[in-house]
Structure formats: structure tokens, C-alpha cells
Design a protein around this ligand. Structure first.
Ligand SMILES: [Fe+2]
Length: 217
């Protein structure tokens, strides 16, 4: 994989895809995607140079992280779907030749690497479920996968919040499962992992908005 330092055209393309998807299915998911993208960019920019992405052998590219955040939920263009948004996003971006972004559509919902941990309806065909399951059984997450999993878990449409705020927000909408505890543990580990790479709590990077969105100040 080549390391692209100026991804401006790719960012413009990603913005256009998001605008197209928002036109088909407007909703809070669009603002959530923008917050996740911004959070991913800021965290990537603040990771110490020693933080190395195993795929490229280089540090995280903040522009690429931004694109991944922008497109992680793009499968929601289909309308009110649940697990199927993962497949829809993957297929849409795969067809466009955006394989790295397509991969993020698959990985972002599984910080705990088991399909059963997904909260919400499994509105996929048997074939699609088998595809997700076999992907997850062999996937080795890189730092971009992990970064978007984390950013998904701190991105309210209004802005960045505590992991706890967002996890409760999701649980209030979709409920709990036998895997919820493991999934929450995985998300907290991601927060610790990136705080370590940044040499400070990731919340310090978004202090004002975290205060506003998690403490209503
Ligand atoms: Fe998301």
C-alpha cells in the first residue's frame, strides 16, 4: 500500500459520496459520521511518531483517517436498516474500488471481534451473515480499524463525548445482549490504547465538546 500524504481529491470524493447518501437517507447518522471523521483526524494527528500502522509500516495518515470516519456508516444510504448497513457500505465502496474504506464499513461495528456482539436486527441474508462471520474470524485489525471503532464510540451527532455517553445512547436504542459487556470492555481498551499513543487522554483533545456533550455544561 502506498502512503499518500495529500489525499485532498480522495477527501472531496468521500464528501461527495456522503452528500449523495445524505440526500437518499437524511438523518442524524450524517452528522455522526462527520464527528467521527473529525475525531479520527485529530487523534491520528496527535499519535506520537512512534505509533506505527502495521499495514503501511508508517504512522497514521490523518487525512486517510478522516476519510475512513466519513464513510464508515455510508451503508445507511439504504434507509432504515441495521446490520445490513455494514454490508451495504462495504459493497458500495468495494464497487468504487475504495477497498480500504470498504473494509472499515465491515470492521467498525465489531470492536469485540464477534458477529454476535452486534446490537440491533441482523437484517442480512444467510449468505451475508456468513460473509461477515468468516471475515471476522480471520481479520487482524490495524490501527485504522481500531481508530474508527473508537471514534464511532465517541461521536454523537452533536460532537465528541465520553465513551460512556455514547455506549448508553446506543444501549437505550438497541438494548443489551450477552456480548455487551465484552464489547464495552473492548471499546474502553481502545480508548486506553489511543490515549497511550497520544501521550494523553484522547478526551484532552476535545475537552470543551466532551464537557458539553457528556455533562451538558
Ligand atoms: Fe457510526
Amino acid at each position: 500500500m502506498t502512503d499518500i500524504t495529500d489525499e485532498a481529491p480522495a477527501i472531496a470524493e468521500a464528501e461527495n459520496i456522503l452528500l449523495w447518501a445524505a440526500g437518499r437517507n437524511p438523518g442524524r447518522w450524517v452528522a455522526h459520521s462527520r464527528v467521527a471523521a473529525r475525531a479520527a483526524k485529530v487523534i491520528a494527528e496527535n499519535c506520537r511518531p512512534a505509533a506505527v500502522n502495521p499495514l503501511s509500516g508508517r504512522g497514521l495518515n490523518a487525512q486517510r483517517a478522516y476519510i475512513f470516519g466519513l464513510l464508515h456508516d455510508i451503508g445507511r444510504y439504504e434507509g432504515q436498516r441495521y446490520m445490513h448497513h455494514i454490508i451495504a457500505g462495504y459493497e458500495l465502496l468495494h464497487k468504487k474500488g475504495m477497498d480500504l474504506s470498504a473494509r472499515i464499513c465491515l470492521t467498525h461495528s465489531f470492536p469485540y471481534q464477534k458477529m454476535e456482539s452486534y446490537l440491533g436486527a441482523r437484517d442480512c441474508s444467510a449468505e451475508e451473515l456468513a460473509f461477515i462471520e468468516s471475515f471476522l474470524s480471520v481479520a487482524v485489525y490495524d490501527d485504522y480499524d481500531k481508530l474508527i471503532q473508537l471514534c464511532d464510540a465517541v461521536a454523537l451527532p452533536e460532537g465528541v463525548c465520553l465513551v460512556e455517553t455514547r455506549l448508553i445512547d446506543v444501549a437505550m436504542r438497541y438494548g443489551f445482549s450477552d456480548y455487551t459487556r465484552e464489547k464495552w470492555k473492548a471499546v474502553f481498551q481502545l480508548k486506553e490504547y489511543f490515549s497511550g499513543l497520544c501521550g494523553q487522554s484522547i478526551y484532552e483533545l476535545f475537552a470543551d465538546e466532551v464537557r458539553r456533550n457528556s455533562f451538558s455544561l
